[in-house]
Design a binder for this molecule. Sequence first.
Ligand SMILES: [Zn+2]
Length: 236
Amino acid sequence: MKNRRNYYRILHVQPDAPPAVIRSSYRTIMHKMRVHPDLGGDAEAAALVNEAYAVLGDEQKRADYDRIRQNPGWTRSANDDFRQGLVLTHADAHAPAPACAFCGWPVPPETPGEELTAFCRICHSPLAPMSRLVSHDADRRAITRVPKKSSLLVWTSCPQAQPYAGQVNDLSLTGMRFDTGVFLAAEQVLKIDTPVLKAVATVVRCTVREAGYEVGACFQNLCFARSRGSFVEARA
Ligand SMILES: [Zn+2]
C-alpha cells in the first residue's frame, strides 16, 4: 500500500468522515473532473482519486490504512520492539522459508489450500527470519512483556537425545546471553527453547564462568510466545 499518501486529503474529507460522506465526496470530485477536465482533471489525478477511494471506500482496507497511518514508525528499532512486546504477524509466522536454519530441512513450497508451516517439521525450530519480526499496535495488547530471565534448553545438533539446560541472563531482540554447563564454540548454530521464545541462534562467544560457561548468541530465526500461553504454531 502506498501509505505515504494522504487519501483523506485527496478525497477532501476528514479522517473521521463516515462512509457516506467519503462516497459523496468521491462522486463530487470525479464529477467535477469530468465536467471540467482543465481543473486538474487529468488521468493521473483521476487515478489517484480512484486509488484513494478504493482504500477509504472499503471498510477493511480503510482500517488497515488508518492503522499504518497512525503508526508510521511501526517497524521500530530492535530495542523499541522489545520494550513494546513482540509478535509475528499471522502472515509472517506462516511465511515460507527455503530451508530450516538449524537442521536444513527443505521447507516444501506452498500448496494451495494447505496451511504454511511456521516451524520446522523435523526439529521444530522457527522458520521465520528476524527480518520478518514486526511490532503491531493491534497486537500489543495481546502480548505480555517478555521477561529477560528464564530457564532455557539448547540443542547443538539434530537429532539430539537430550538438550543442554541453561539459564537466560539477558535477552534482546537481536540475541541473548545464557549460562550453561557445556562449552559451545563460536559460529555454532543452536536451537533454543525458553518459555517465552523459540529461536535458532549462532554462538558469538563462550566465556568460562565459575560453574560452566556464559554463551552469547545472536538470533537468526525467532518466534515469541503469545500471551495466550502457547506459541503461534502448536503443531509438532
Ligand atoms: Zn529443522
